[in-house]
Design a protein around this ligand. Structure first.
Ligand code: BTN
Length: 260
């Protein structure tokens, strides 16, 4: 058996899911798992198909940024085909699945920074990117990309040292990629099925969000909004109370905390 088959089999043997990860493609290195997943989705692969890469050479981040995926990180993309009405919940489902998996596998408390960063003690440990293809009012497919800093020292990467951390750094011990990936996929499927059955996932998302109640600044392209992060709407939008008392509904943006 090759190393790739080994890793695929190890993850799948632990998976207790109906469809997520039943088809799993592991590669030691890829430019980005997003493109590999898109190619599979274009060919009509089954819902729940997962692509995992050991490292990425052209990892994609949100808003056209790049994403660092050195050895020791976890980079995966999951293909889902939700009804259009559940599309806004994907970001909630993905970030909550990561928070739950980190707790179960590494014993660490992580929190969500709106909309989809997962943080430990104020530093980013995971980024999530969602891409989708909607045609004629229904979803062809959505791809959830999840990148977790698992076992590497962020001090080795000066470009992220100040803003990022890793699970091994916070836990003081190495964390199994295989167990983490399996747990994450199980939690993701559980939340996805619950959301489709009508569960209010945005409530748990809200409870795990460190952004709320803080004075924040949101960069939205060239515009900047400032105010108190009040709550999140059911569709995932952030409601921000400006100093003049008016309410801004933020659909997309880059949040930084001004004051706790
Ligand atoms: C962000 O915080 O900007 C989102 C980062 C998303 C990174 C993941 S790693 C797996 C998948 N493949 C990519 O190229 N990007 C996502």
């Amino acid at each position: 058996m090759s190393d790739c088959q080994d890793i695929t089999a190890s993850i799948q043997s632990r998976l207790n899911t109906r469809f997520v990860g039943r088809k799993l493609h592991y590669y030691p290195q890829l430019p980005t798992t997003m493109e590999a997943a898109r190619e599979l989705a274009d060919k009509g692969t089954a819902e729940g198909t997962v692509v995992i890469a050991g490292t990425q050479t052209a990892g994609k981040g949100r808003i056209g940024r790049s994403w660092l995926s050195p050895e020791g990180s976890l980079a995966m993309s999951i293909i889902l085909k939700p009804p259009l009405k559940n599309l806004p919940q994907l970001v909630m489902i993905a970030s909550l699945a990561v928070v739950r998996a980190i707790k179960q596998v590494a014993g660490l408390e992580a929190h969500i920074k709106w909309p989809n960063d997962v943080m430990i003690k104020g530093k980013k440990v995971c980024g999530i990117l969602i891409e989708n293809e909607v045609r004629g009012g229904s979803i062809n497919f959505a791809i959830i990309g999840i990148g977790v800093n698992v076992n590497f020292n962020t001090l080795d990467f000066p470009e992220i040292t100040d803003i990022a951390t890793s699970l091994s750094h916070e836990a003081g011990t190495e964390i199994s990629h295989i167990v983490l990936a399996g747990t994450l996929l199980e939690e993701l499927e559980r939340l996805y099925l619950e959301a489709q059955a009508g569960a209010p996932v945005h409530k748990e998302w809200q409870e795990n969000m460190e952004t709320l109640g803080k004075q924040i600044k949101v960069n939205i392209g060239k515009t900047v909004e400032k105010g108190k992060a009040e709550t999140v709407a059911e569709n995932g939008n952030l409601l921000l109370r400006r100093a003049d008392g008016s309410l801004a509904e933020i659909v997309v943006g880059d949040v930084s905390v001004i004051k706790d």
